[in-house]
Design a protein around this ligand. Structure first.
Ligand code: GDP
Ligand code: IMO
Ligand code: MG
Length: 433
C-alpha cells in the first residue's frame, strides 16, 4: 500500500515539514489535505531554510508532484506570494504544483472576519492565526464558499457572493462596526484570484487515483495536529478542520482503505501556540529556556510557543484517533542539556485519575499532570545517525515512549536539517510505503 499520511500528533509544529521533506525522497507525490495558510512548515536543506504555508513540503525535491487537495482552504494572495518566493529562490513549480478544483478559497473578507472575531472584547479569543481559516470553513459548511471550479462561471460566483454578503455585512456593520463590503469589490477580488490560481487548477482527485493505480508512492501532508483537530482536539481551542487521519482521506479524495501507513510526528516534549488548556506546560522560566533551546517561535505568526513536557495522555489519544502505525520523534537534541525529563502518564482531575483524553475543556483546564521522570543524557545527540549511537539514557527514554504510546518509533530527528535524522528501521523507508 503505497500511501503514507504524515500527521501532527500534538498541537502542531511537531516538525511535519522536515519529516515530509525527508520522506519525499522516496515518494512520487506529496499532497496537503487540510488547513490553509495558518500552517508554517519549515524545511532546512543544507543549512538553507524554507517556510511553507500552503505549498506541500515535497516542492524542494526537483522531480516530485505536489498537490493542494480539496480539503485545503487556499488563500490565493498567500499562495501567489509563496509561489513567487519559491521561484525567486530557484525552485521550479510549473508542471509540478497542482491545486484541487474543489479547494475552498479564502478571501479577504474571511481574514477580516477572523481578525474582527479575535479582536472583539465579548467574543471567545482562540488565539487564531488570523489567516481566515475558521470563516472559510464556516462558509464551506454554510454552502456559500467558492472553489476554483466555480471561478469560470461569473453568474454563479456573483450569486454566491450576494448570498454570502447578505449575512456577512450584518456582522460587519452591526456587530463589528466596520464598513459593509460591496458585491462588486468582492467579485473583482475573486476575478483576480482566478487568474493566479487557474494555471495550477486540476482535478487532483483523478490525478491522485491515477498515481495510486500506477503504484506510485504518495505522501499525505497534514497541517496543525491531532489536539487542534475540530473533532478530536481541545475544543473550542482548535482549528476548523480535521487534521487527523480521517481528514487525510477526505481531504484528497482517497478512501480510508487506500492509506496504508499513518505516521504521527511528535516532539520529544510539547509545545502549543495560541490559547487553550495545556496540562504539562512549564512555568515561565523553564518555558523560556526550552523555547530558546528549541527555537520555539511560530513560523507563521512569529508568536512565542508555550512549552511543556511530553504528554502521553495526548499522544495515546493521537495513536487511537489516527490509527497511527508509527511515530517520528523530533527535536530530541533540544533535551540534550536537561538532567531530568518528564513524561505525563495520567491526569488528576479532582479525585479522579484519567488516562483517557478528556473531552471537557474545563476538566482539561483543571487537569494536574502525573509525571514519570527519566534521567537525562547530558551529551549531544546532533551527530548521531543510528539508534545504537544515541546516548544510553536517550535510548531508554525513546524505548519507554514507544512502550507507553504502544506504537513503534520509525524515525528520530536530532536537528532541523534533512540530514540530522535517524532511521530506526531504514528498510521500512527504502521500499514502497
Ligand atoms: P511543522 O509545522 O510541524 O512543520 O513544524 P514547524 O516547522 O512549525 O516547527 C518545527 C521547527 O523545528 C522548525 O523550525 C524545524 O526546522 C525545526 N526542527 C524540526 N526537527 C528538528 C529537530 O529534530 N531538532 C531541532 N533542533 N529542530 C528541528
Ligand atoms: P502547523 O501546520 C500550531 C493554532 C492557532 C490557534 C488555533 C486556531 O504549522 O503545525 P486558526 O488560525 O487555525 O483558526 O487557529 O490553532 N494553529 C496552529 N498551531 N501549528 C499550526 O500549524 C497551527 N495552525 C493553527 O495558534 O491556537
Ligand atoms: Mg508549523
Amino acid at each position: 500500500m503505497p500511501v503514507l499520511a504524515v500527521i501532527g500528533a500534538q498541537w502542531g509544529d511537531e516538525g511535519k515539514g522536515k519529516i515530509v521533506d525527508l520522506l519525499a525522497e522516496n515518494a512520487h507525490v506529496v499532497a496537503r489535505y487540510q488547513g490553509g495558510a495558518n500552517a508554517g512548515h519549515e524545511v532546512v536543506v543544507g543549512g538553507t531554510s524554507f517556510i511553507l504555508h500552503l505549498v506541500p513540503s515535497g516542492i524542494l525535491h526537483k522531480d516530485k508532484i505536489n498537490i493542494i487537495g480539496n480539503g485545503v482552504v487556499l488563500d490565493p494572495e498567500s499562495f501567489e506570494k509563496e509561489v513567487k518566493d519559491l521561484k525567486k529562490r530557484g525552485i521550479k513549480v510549473a508542471g509540478r504544483l497542482f491545486v484541487s478544483d474543489r479547494a475552498q478559497l479564502t478571501l479577504s473578507l474571511h481574514k477580516q472576519l477572523d481578525a474582527a472575531r479575535e479582536g472583539s472584547a465579548d467574543g471567545k479569543k482562540i488565539g487564531s492565526t488570523k489567516r481566515g481559516i475558521s470563516p472559510t470553513y464556516m462558509d464551506k459548511a454554510g454552502r456559500v464558499g467558492l472553489r476554483p471550479a466555480d471561478l469560470n462561471d461569473p453568474a454563479y460566483c456573483r450569486s454566491i457572493i450576494k448570498a454570502n454578503l447578505l449575512e456577512k455585512n450584518v456582522l460587519f456593520q452591526k456587530l463589528y462596526g466596520v464598513k459593509p463590503l460591496s458585491a462588486a469589490a468582492v467579485y473583482a477580488e475573486v476575478k483576480r484570484h482566478f487568474a493566479s490560481v487557474k494555471p495550477f487548477q486540476a482535478d487532483t482527485t483523478v490525478m491522485i487515483h491515477d498515481f495510486v493505480a500506477a503504484g506510485k508512492n504518495i505522501l499525505l501532508e497534514g497541517a496543525q495536529g491531532t489536539l487542534l483537530d475540530i473533532d478530536h482536539g481541545t475544543y473550542p481551542y482548535v482549528t476548523a478542520s480535521n487534521s487527523t487521519a480521517g481528514g487525510a482521506a477526505s481531504g484528497v479524495g482517497l478512501g480510508p482503505t487506500q492509506i496504508g501507513r499513518v505516521m504521527g510526528v511528535c516532539k520529544a516534549y510539547t509545545t502549543r501556540v495560541g490559547e487553550g488548556p495545556f496540562p504539562t506546560e512549564f512555568d515561565p522560566k523553564k518555558s523560556h529556556l526550552v523555547r530558546e533551546l528549541g527555537g520555539e517561535y511560530g513560523r507563521t505568526t512569529g508568536r512565542a510557543r508555550r512549552c511543556g513536557w511530553l504528554d502521553m495522555v495526548g499522544l495515546r489519544h493521537a495513536v487511537r484517533v489516527n490509527g497511527l502505525t508509527e511515530l517520528a520523534i523530533t527535536k530530541l537534541d533540544v533535551l540534550d542539556t536537561m538532567d531530568e525529563i518528564g513524561v505525563c502518564v495520567a491526569y488528576k482531575v479532582g479525585s479522579k485519575t484519567l488516562t483517557g483524553f478528556p473531552a471537557s475543556v474545563s476538566d482539561l483546564s483543571r487537569a494536574k499532570p502525573v509525571f514519570k521522570m527519566f534521567k537525562g543524557w547530558l551529551s549531544s545527540t546532533k551527530q548521531c545517525r543510528t539508534f545504537a549511537s544515541l546516548p544510553k539514557n536517550a535510548q531508554l527514554y525513546l524505548k519507554a515512549v514507544e512502550k507507553m504510546a504502544g506504537t513503534s518509533i520509525g524515525l528520530v530527528s536530532v536537528g532541523a536539517d534533512r540530514s540530522e535524522t535517524i532511521f530506526v528501521n531504514r528498510k521500512a523507508f527504502d521500499y514502497k510505503f
